[in-house]
Ligand binder design. Structure first.
Ligand SMILES: Cc1cc2nc3c(=O)[nH]c(=O)nc-3n(C[C@H](O)[C@H](O)[C@H](O)COP(=O)(O)OP(=O)(O)OC[C@H]3O[C@@H](n4cnc5c(N)ncnc54)[C@H](O)[C@@H]3O)c2cc1C
Length: 302
């Protein structure tokens, strides 16, 4: 038995769903990505601990997966184990008058709807971001003048070697599309959000308006990973790319969106190599013509 077989066996015994060579294009909003050597779905904390401890002992890399909405996965796939979360990790609870606790795998949309239904304000900005709560905390996702940083009180996590822990406040190191988890590599298991009392109808109206702004500006009809680049200080990536005449530029099945130049869309059959080549063209052209260096927001995996 090799190391992967051993991890697969441990995961199975711990009650995980175990898949081999699972195409990652089925798990990313870009619809791009080769096979994950091992694709595990974990349903509870004990199983996560068994899997993470075994992976560390066997020296197998582990990649936590949310909704795959900020990932560009290599055509060659992912070596080691991709870990998806379900079951208990999808739960959302009201734990205080204005505090909400949710599992890392809860869809951000479900958490937003939960907050609205309990007349809690503060999370409206996230309506329409197609990630999980865990992915949003990891990325410090934000939009329309809001960001996770404003409401994220605390995260619980598991380290790469299988120790449970938590972080809150400054220890979360939340910045523009940045969190402490990018440095430690620990996996977020749950979040506590501090919201405020609001009015249900006003919250609902605000969410509708935000969704309408998204729908009118973003190419939601085609697979993508959202904005490819971070916002460079003092500029908007989309406007810079558009000003360089790159809207509609293609490499293979990848294209700079005609609707929003900050998005690369998969027009059908795009490979990771296509997207990477297009990113390189955009970065080179924008740098030459405007002097601005664009940095990727999307995480390249594998
Ligand atoms: C149409 C569209 C619109 C978007 N609009 C926005 C927007 O307005 N604002 C914005 O900020 N983003 C936006 N995004 C990007 C994306 O939705 C966010 O970055 C989101 O927070 C990613 O969450 P996810 O669960 O999909 O993470 P994934 O894509 O699955 O993972 C992203 C990274 O987080 C890590 N990760 C995931 N879960 C965990 C965990 N539990 N613990 C530790 N690490 C973890 C992964 O390993 C990976 O490195 C958009 C994307 C799309 C497709």
């Amino acid at each position: 038995m090799n190391a992967i077989d051993l991890l697969a066996q441990t995961a199975k015994e711990a009650g995980c769903r175990v898949l081999r060579n699972e195409p990652m294009c089925l798990h990313t909003t870009f619809k791009i990505g080769g096979p994950a050597e091992l694709f595990l779905t974990v349903f509870d904390r004990e199983a996560v601990q068994k899997v993470y401890r075994a992976a560390a002992e066997l020296n197998i890399p582990v990649l936590p997966l949310g909704n795959g909405s900020n990932m560009l996965v290599s055509d060659a796939g992912v070596r080691g184990a991709v870990v998806a979360f379900s079951g208990a990790f999808r739960e959302i609870d009201l734990t205080g008058e204005t505090t909400v606790e949710c599992g890392a795998a809860a869809a951000l949309a479900a958490v937003c709807a939960f907050a609205r239904d309990h007349a809690l304000t503060g999370l409206e900005f996230a309506w329409g971001i197609p990630g999980t709560a865990g992915g949003a905390a990891f990325m410090n996702a934000g939009a329309y003048n809001g960001e996770m940083k404003n409401i994220l009180l605390r995260c619980t996590h598991i380290t790469k070697t299988g120790e449970f822990g938590s972080a809150e406040g400054a220890a979360l190191s939340l910045g523009y599309r940045r969190s402490v988890y990018m440095e430690t590599g620990a996996t977020i298991l749950s979040l506590t959000l501090q919201l405020e009392k609001g009015q249900k109808d006003r919250i609902a109206r605000c969410m509708d308006e935000i969704y309408e702004r998204r729908r009118s500006k973003q190419p939601l009809e085609l697979p993508s990973a959202g904005s490819v680049f971070k916002r460079p200080p003092g500029f908007f990536a989309g406007s810079l790319i558009e000003s360089c005449g790159l809207k509609g530029r293609r490499v293979g099945g990848a294209m700079v969106s005609e609707k929003h130049a900050g998005f690369i869309v998969n027009t059908g059959g795009a490979t990771c190599a296509d997207v990477l080549a297009l990113i390189e063209i955009i970065q080179k052209t924008v740098l030459e013509r405007t002097g601005v260096a664009l940095e990727c927001e999307v995480k390249t995996i594998g």
